[in-house]
Design a protein around this ligand. Structure first.
Ligand code: GTP
Ligand code: MG
Ligand code: ZN
Length: 274
């Protein structure tokens, strides 16, 4: 039978097919072949013995969070508690740009900001909007639902940013566990511990465990550079300019003139390891 993996807890793979869930094991040979089934994978499975037989070719896959076959990503970004991290946001944008996944920036905890902080955040977010990115508040549920329809969306972002809370607001029947409960149980920092695929509003959404930092692997400097989409607006003299050590560089000039947000340039250097 053909189905889709909707949840993985240690070696148990929950596969959904025709609105029925099957808890399956994976074949031993997957490990030999270095194939790891991911949430979002379409698989062929033996529904009598509950074994995954075959993983279908993926449209794409992310390493962190570990998910497959994604159309778009909600980058759930808190403005407070935890404080806005433009470094994390830029890193996530790079991941999505490199993997050709549409990012949607979704801000949370605006209610915790004072007037001055919110005005400053809005200025920063206007910069991202000018780059062509969608920026929404987690209170704009109708718009979020519109984006969800007909697509597979991963919800990713820092732990405690409010991914599960937002999904609970979108579908009030969900009751996903959120921050405070885990604190009460003293389970540590990460409330969501498994990736889970859910269906809502004619689309699929994936709640994922948050993280406190992001590492980069398998990305070239060129890919990272291209992911900073505004750099292309300032063509340098040298086509292979890295915008770091070169003396005459239009990108660096644009940073000096405040045309490029300084934090974007600093995060570019950090991500490429400079
Ligand atoms: N004031 C305020 N609190 C929020 C908002 N969104 C989420 N929270 C709170 O933030 C805390 C963390 O929310 P979660 O939804 O558990 O965060 P998460 O991103 O799912 O975290 P992980 O599962 O650990 O990755 C909870 O106490 C929520 O009630 C918001 O917009 N405003
Ligand atoms: Mg969560
Ligand atoms: Zn340059």
């Amino acid at each position: 039978m053909r189905g889709q993996i909707v949840k993985i807890v240690s070696n148990n793979y929950t596969v959904e097919a025709n609105h029925t869930s099957y808890v399956c094991k994976a074949r031993g040979r997957f490990r030999k072949e270095k194939k790891t089934p991911l949430v979002g994978d379409y698989v062929l499975f033996d529904e009598k013995n509950n074994y995954i037989l075959e993983i279908e070719k993926r449209k794409n896959a992310l390493v962190r969070p570990m998910v497959a076959n994604i159309d778009q990503a909600f980058l759930v970004t808190s403005l407070k508690e935890p404080d806005l991290s433009l470094n994390l946001l830029d890193k996530l944008l790079v991941v999505m740009e490199v993997n050709k996944i549409k990012p949607i920036i979704c801000l949370t905890k605006q209610d915790k900001c004072n007037k001055e902080e919110w005005e400053n955040d809005q200025k920063i977010m206007q910069y991202y909007k000018n780059l062509g990115y969608v920026v929404l508040l987690n209170t704009e549920l109708a718009q979020i639902k519109d984006f969800i329809r007909g697509k597979t969306s991963v919800f990713t972002g820092q732990t405690g940013a409010g991914k599960s809370t937002l999904l609970n607001h979108l579908d009030t029947t969900l009751h996903l566990q959120t921050g405070e409960i885990s604190m009460a149980l003293n389970r540590g920092r990460h409330t969501t511990r498994h990736v889970e695929l859910l269906e809502m509003y004619g689309g699929k959404v994936l709640d994922t465990p948050g993280f406190s930092s992001l590492e980069f692997k398998n990305m070239t400097q060129e890919e990272i550079m291209n992911a900073f989409v505004e750099f292309k607006r300032y063509p340098c003299i040298y086509k292979d300019c890295n915008h770091i050590d070169e003396k005459e560089c239009k990108v660096k000039e644009a940073v000096r003139k405040n045309q490029i947000l300084a934090s974007r340039y600093e995060n570019y250097k950090k991500i490429v390891g400079r």
